[in-house]
Design a protein around this ligand. Structure first.
Ligand SMILES: [Zn+2]
Length: 197
């Protein structure tokens, strides 16, 4: 997570949270009535949406975060198929922040499955931002009086790591690192370590 990533997260934070709120409207949740929206921020500023997709079998349900990640990782520049959604190819490490919004009053954090899937494709320093159903850009600004400057927001993002992975500065938004949600995690690189059979 370099300075450019932190600056981009700071600049796009409210766009990303709004996108997650909008994505929630696309949820297919007839069984749980628990809608969740997710939005991924890519290193070049693009945002990819996801929503939970439930299934009558229940076990076939896919969460919002995993829907968004599958959409992102399915991107390809190597196929000849003309897919409307196709754009720049997304590779592991290109997702620098994940926003989650749900129908709950307070924030809703990714489930264990989703934490592990985020871990597969993202740095442990990836930011996970969470808001409740009533969060809006306007409410965020009225809570602080004024919108924080870009530089202030970037400093806040840096403080997420300085404060052991959790931000406390902005009202009604929880911002943590993936490492905070999934400490001592197991990732793809662990499979490359020497092992004895
Ligand atoms: Zn999940």
């Amino acid at each position: 997570m370099d300075a450019a990533d932190l600056r981009l997260i700071a600049d796009k934070k409210h766009d990303l949270l709004e996108a997650a709120q909008e994505a929630r409207k696309l949820a297919y949740a007839p069984y749980s009535k628990f809608r969740v929206g997710a939005a991924l921020l890519l290193k070049w500023g693009e945002i990819i949406l996801g929503a939970n997709m439930e299934n009558a079998s229940y076990g076939g349900t896919v969460c919002a975060e995993r829907t968004a990640i599958a959409k992102a990782m399915m991107r390809s520049t190597s196929l000849s198929v003309d897919e409307a959604a196709s754009g720049r190819k997304v590779e592991a490490g290109d997702i620098i922040a994940v926003a989650v919004a749900s129908d709950l009053e307070g924030s809703c954090s990714p489930c264990g499955f989703c934490r592990q899937v985020i871990r597969e494709f993202c740095s442990v320093h990836t930011r996970v931002l969470m808001v409740g159903r009533n969060w809006s850009r306007q409410s965020a600004q009225s809570a602080t009086g004024t919108a924080p400057s870009s530089q202030q927001q970037q400093q806040q993002q840096q403080q997420v790591e300085d404060r052991q992975g959790k931000e406390f500065d902005e009202a009604n938004v929880e911002c943590v690192t993936l490492d905070y949600l999934l400490p001592m995690s197991f990732g793809p690189e662990d499979l490359d370590k020497p092992r004895h059979t």
